[in-house]
Structures are given as C-alpha cells and as structure tokens.
Design a protein around this ligand. Structure first.
Ligand SMILES: Cc1ncc(COP(=O)(O)O)c(C=O)c1O
Length: 362
C-alpha cells in the first residue's frame, strides 16, 4: 500500500525558493524568525529558556486550551496537537477509512484528502466544485465519510451563511462522520474568524492550523479536533509517528494564537488587496478565460482558454517572468492554474505586470 506521487510537490520544490514572484504556494509569504517572534510577543531570551524535553504527547495543555477556544463547545481534551495538518489528516483517515468505504469530497482537492483514503482502500466520490457549495448537491451523495475543505483549496470557494446552515442540517441527518479541513479558516473574506463546522459530539471532526495563514509554514504545527475517545486513539497512533511536536514550535504557536488579533487584520488586508488587484487585471493576462475571486483563504482557480496544457503555460510563465503558479494538471484537472494570493504586495504587483506583458506566451 503506497500513495501515488504527491503531484504538486515536485514543482513546489523546484520553484518556491527561487521564483521572483511565488504564486504557486498556498501560504502567506514567510516571515523570518525575528519577525515571527515579534508577532508572537516573544524574544530570543524567552526561547532560550524553553526546556528541551519531549512536549506532552497530546500537546501542551495551554496550547490545546487556546486551540479549543477557537471552536464553540470544544474542550482541551478534544484537541490533539500534530506536526502540521497533514499528520492530523493522516491519522484521522487511518482511524475512519475502511476498505471500500465511500468518501465524498469537493473536486478538485488537495491530494492528501483523497490519496491517503485511496491508499487505505476507499472509493472516492468526487463532488465537482461548481455545484459543491450548494447544500442541496449533497442530498444525493451517500458516503460513509464526508470531507469538507472550507475555504476550498484550490478554488477559494465557500458556502454562503444560508447554504452553510442547510449543509450542517443535512449532514446531521446523515449521521455519518465528517472531517472539516479548515486550514484557511483565519482568512475569511471580510475579516474576523471564518465559520467552523466542527462539533465532535455529532461526529463532525476538524483539522486545522494557522501556519499558512500566518506565514510561518516552517513551524509545522497543526491539530485534530474530535471526541475524547477518538483523540485517545489518534494520540496512540501519533505515538508511532512523530510522537510529540517540539517544545519550541509549541511555545511559538501558543504566542501566535494568543496575539493573533494584533497582526491578523494586516495579513487579511494584504491578501484582500492582492485578490482585488488580480480581479481587476486578470482579463489582460494572456490566454485566460475565467476567474472568480476567492471568497476565503489564500488561493484561486483561473481557467485557461481551451486546448492549452496548464503545465506548458506554467513552465513558460516561470521561464519568461519568474512568476510561479501551479498547473491544474497537478490537481488532476486540466485547463486551470492555481494562483496564490499571499505574496508581498509590491512583488505581487510587479509579477502581474510582467505576466501581462507576456503576450506571446503560448
Ligand atoms: C486543504 C489543505 N489541507 C491540509 C494541508 C496540509 O497542511 P500542513 O502544511 O499544515 O501539513 C494543506 C496544505 O497546503 C491544505 O491546503
């Protein structure tokens, strides 16, 4: 049992650190250690005092309490701190997916959301993104497990408040487990904190992190939210994987979550400015056909004119301008590009200027 290659990773490895304008990644452009500590209200001296033992297996109580506070009615006992959202998803699927389980999710999708279940023998029921954000679409979808990535990567689409309420009512009636992957929850359109579907009492589990939204992906901290028994089993599974998250990452994560209200609005403003700018100029980009601005998160989905191979487009754009985007083929859907909106604004403006001027790209 082995998952297929993770399609986005090869290109990310090649270009994310040397692209002039990195629109390929789904995270905010990274902060330095110094900047991150300042956001977290910490100093180098604070870090130097951290005892370098194994952090508690489930995650420190204070960090779990702070994470639990992000969800209505969730207690620290219902939180497992993990090495990134990736580990939380991996463990959750190991415990939830059986051979021949039917797993429904919005398509296209972040590959880990279906590749690991497939490896475990699941049958995948893809729900095309164009209709997936209407609750009624899910009425006729009968699955053993639902995976709701919201805001959605790669389309940036979200459920409107009414559709969201109807979706939750519908999912309650189905009485099947749901995994809400809410990695981009800190960046809803209009600011504040995005909605959550997580409710462990009704089998509505959650995975999340702040690392992409806060520009600190290198910290590798994420979490799983579930009922206490499930968390106990998940912790035992984690004991065989990464065992614990390092105490430095945990301490910085705690500081960032506690201080988030002081810096998140400026991040949200930057992302929205980039989205607004892109929305005003996308029609001037060569060989593109349609774009709908994301309603949450950090990424959007740009449709190319028919017949263009997304990989050819992405390769030439990178070669000619240093602008790095991900081809739709990496999401197993030809004819699209995934665009990230987390770059610094001046770099983003210059990148789009170069892209626009490439009139003979194809
Ligand atoms: C929807 C989604 N879920 C999970 C992950 C994995 O996140 P992490 O880097 O925290 O492991 C990503 C990363 O891009 C993602 O986009």
């Amino acid at each position: 049992m082995e998952p297929r290659e993770f399609f986005i990773e090869d290109r990310l490895e090649r270009f994310r650190l040397n692209a002039f304008c990195n629109l390929g990644e789904s995270g905010l452009s990274h902060f330095t250690m110094e900047e991150m500590l300042s956001l977290a209200g910490l100093t180098g001296k604070d870090l130097s005092k951290i005892p370098m033992y194994d952090a508690p297996n489930q995650g420190s109580y204070e960090l779990r309490q702070t994470i639990a506070n992000l969800y209505p009615g969730v207690s620290p006992e219902e939180v497992l701190v993990t090495t990134g959202t990736g580990e939380a998803l991996y463990i959750a699927f190991q415990l939830l997916v059986k051979p021949q389980s039917k797993l429904a999710l919005v398509w296209p999708a972040f590959q880990a959301l279906y590749e690991i279940p497939k490896m475990l023998g699941a049958e995948i029921l893809p729900v095309p993104y164009a209709n997936a954000f209407a609750a009624s679409t899910w009425e006729g979808v009968d699955a053993d497990l639902y995976v709701l990535n919201h805001p959605h990567n790669p389309s940036g689409m979200t459920f409107s408040p009414n559709e969201w309420d109807s979706l939750l009512t519908l999912l309650h009636q189905k009485e099947k487990p749901v995994v809400f992957d809410e990695h981009y929850r800190f960046l809803p359109k209009g600011g504040g904190m995005g909605k959550t579907g997580v409710d462990p009492k009704h089998l509505f589990y959650g995975t999340g992190s702040f690392t992409k939204c806060f520009g600190v992906t290198g910290l590798r901290v994420g979490w799983l939210i579930a009922d206490k028994d499930f968390i106990k089993r998940a912790r035992s599974f984690k004991d065989y994987l990464t065992h614990t998250v390092n105490p430095i990452s945990e301490r910085i994560a705690l500081g960032l979550l506690k201080e988030k209200d002081s810096f998140l609005p400026s991040i949200q403003k930057r992302v929205q400015n980039n989205i607004d700018h892109f929305t005003s100029v996308w029609r001037e980009l060569p060989n593109v056909e349609f774009f709908s601005p994301p309603e949450g998160g950090l990424v959007g989905w740009l449709r190319l004119q028919p017949g263009i191979r997304s990989e050819d487009y992405a390769d030439r754009l990178m070669e000619r301008t240093g602008v790095f985007v991900l081809p739709g083929s990496n999401f197993e859907m030809e004819g699209f590009l995934r665009i990230g909106f987390g770059a610094k604004e001046d770099v983003f403006l210059e990148g789009l200027k170069r892209w626009k001027s490439c009139t003979d790209l194809i």
